[in-house]
Design a protein around this ligand. Structure first.
Ligand code: SF4
Ligand code: SF4
Length: 142
């Protein structure tokens, strides 16, 4: 497991480098995370996040969130990521693949909030296979 997590860390580093050319300074408005009602997260990524997170309750919520279940957070708000704190991501350094490529890549060209800094600077994609290092991530996760 340790070596797989090390490989994942190296993978994220490569990915972040590849995304540099489209990097903007994120406005940290938090809209994208508020908008997300589900998130695809690989089991290996969950392991990685689990090591970082001390709050087991939030972790359980996140597992449900990433399984696309309806998640009730803090009582009555449904479907928001439990790791969003205010406008920020509390697990930013270990955030999963799909959070990393968001903004740089824009599903069908219409998946960004209007005020997002990536708006009109992102790369449109139609299939996950078009995303950077996507096959590598799948092989890593097997
Ligand atoms: S993990 Fe972080 S970046 Fe991803 S949806 Fe949750 S708060 Fe947003
Ligand atoms: S909507 Fe855009 S600017 Fe706002 S936090 Fe998300 S990526 Fe950053």
């Amino acid at each position: 497991m340790e070596s797989m997590l090390r490989d994942l860390a190296a993978f994220y580093e490569n990915l972040d480098q590849m995304l540099q050319p489209t990097k903007k300074v994120c406005g940290a408005c938090g809209e994208c995370c508020r908008k997300a009602s589900m998130l695809r997260v690989y089991p290996l990524e969950l392991q990685n996040i689990r090591r970082f997170v001390k709050d087991e309750y939030a972790m359980r919520k996140f597992v449900d969130f990433s399984n696309n279940k309806v998640v009730k957070i803090w009582g009555n708000v449904e479907g928001l990521c439990p790791f969003q704190e205010g406008n920020r991501c509390s697990i930013y350094v270990v955030r999963p693949y799909f959070c990393r490529v968001y903004g740089h890549y824009n599903y069908r060209g219409d998946n960004l909030p209007k005020g997002c800094v990536y708006f009109s600077h992102s790369i449109t994609y139609f299939d996950k296979k078009e995303l950077p290092l996507y096959d590598d991530l799948n092989s890593l996760s097997q």
